[in-house]
Design a protein around this ligand. Structure first.
Ligand code: GLN
Length: 196
């Protein structure tokens, strides 16, 4: 039994918990999900999710609760992490916003809300490196990745990177938990996007 931590200071927690359970099942594993709102639990997790929400709020609460250092140590230990949307912004090297204290888990810079008002939310069938068929990606006030250092780009929209991997950390600008397709969670946590 694996322990999956979902950072739950703010954002979509239940959907990620369900997606990680489905991905585990497709790989013959089972997971116990821990919702993380305070320090002390992250070190006991085998895999970790940092969901979307509001990056400025998530960043502030991680610091206030002293979870930020635990997340850094988790990633540095090489354990698998998936960070989505606001989670990606907080995990980046440069959020281009003083209110966000970046965790610097991914060597990328991001532009918050870069898709602008008109395209506030949209869905795209996305070709993702490592997945055989396109992934139904839901974008909600999503960032784009506007600088890529040591990370590998996994997907792009209109030539702009929207998914990256750096070693054990996968980041997406979209919300992979909002459809019942759990291949992205499979890719991040179980090494491939098999859906069973
Ligand atoms: N726009 C949000 C931010 O900048 C992210 C949106 C999301 O996570 N869906 O933090």
């Amino acid at each position: 039994m694996l322990t999956a931590g979902v950072i739950a200071v703010q954002g979509d927690v239940a959907e990620h918990a369900a997606a990680v359970r489905r991905a585990a099942e497709a790989h013959g594993e089972s997971v116990a999900v821990e919702e993380i709102r305070s320090a002390g639990t992250v070190p006991d997790c085998d895999l970790l999710l940092m969901p979307g929400g509001e990056s400025t709020t998530i960043s502030r609460l991680l610091e206030e609760e002293s979870i930020d250092e635990e997340v850094r140590a988790f990633a540095a230990a090489g354990r698998p992490m998936l960070v989505t949307c606001a989670g990606l912004i907080v995990a980046s090297r440069d959020a281009n916003d003083d209110r966000v204290s970046e965790l610097e888990l991914l060597d990328v810079g991001v532009d918050r809300n870069a898709f602008g008002r008109q395209k506030d939310s949209f869905e795209a069938a996305l070709d993702v490196r490592g997945l055989e068929a396109p992934f139904p990606a839901v974008f909600i006030r999503a960032p784009v990745i506007d600088a890529v250092g040591d990370a590998e780009v996994l997907a792009e929209v209109g030539g702009r990177p929207v998914a990256v991997r750096q070693d054990n950390v996968v980041g997406t600008a979209f919300h992979p938990e909002l459809t019942d397709d759990s291949r992205l969670h499979g890719l991040a946590f179980f090494g491939d996007g098999d859906d069973g």
